[in-house]
Ligand binder design. Structure first.
Ligand SMILES: [Fe+2]
Length: 157
């Protein structure tokens, strides 16, 4: 049964498809942050090992909320690694083990890319799909990414 919440079925699908891209990117960044948590080495090992864990826990919570919001809009949620990769705008680096410095810059760039992409999605929810709930929801995700980016940026010297 489709939700009767004042959004047309076509707009529900459009909102859900933007959220599926967001979900895929959160998954990609989650896995990348875990990889860095596992493989970090250098003089700030323990500090960054803990920082990356703190950040992947934020991403993990976001992933669940995004997936459930897609369901709330009446759509099924993708859930395979292949779908996440295919729908992701962030890139992975298989077989590469970045230095501490490069890990920090790559994560920072990825968070900044998501903040920039989310900033473009918000007016689409507001003006095209009549979906104030998703506009507000994605604004909150954007703020969390801005905070994670700020912390990572402080390590750039
Ligand atoms: Fe761990």
């Amino acid at each position: 049964m489709s939700p009767n919440i004042g959004i047309t079925p076509k707009n529900l699908k459009k909102s859900a498809s933007i959220l599926a891209t967001i979900l895929s990117n959160e998954m990609t960044l989650y896995v990348k942050t875990r990889k860095f948590h596992w493989n970090i080495s250098g003089n700030s090992f323990m500090e960054l090992h803990k920082l990356f864990e703190e950040q992947y826990r934020v991403l993990e919570a976001q992933i669940d909320e995004v997936a459930e919001r897609i369901n709330q809009l009446g759509e099924k949620t993708i859930g395979t690694m292949k779908e996440f990769i295919d729908n992701s705008t962030l890139k992975e680096s298989p077989k590469e083990y970045a230095s501490q410095k490069d890990m920090l810059s790559e994560l920072l760039e990825n968070h900044e890319q998501l903040v920039t992409e989310f900033r473009d999605y918000i007016p689409v929810f507001e003006n095209e799909t009549n979906d104030a709930g998703s506009a507000d929801f994605v604004t909150r995700l954007l703020q969390q990414h801005e905070k994670m980016a700020w912390i990572l940026r402080r390590y750039q010297v």
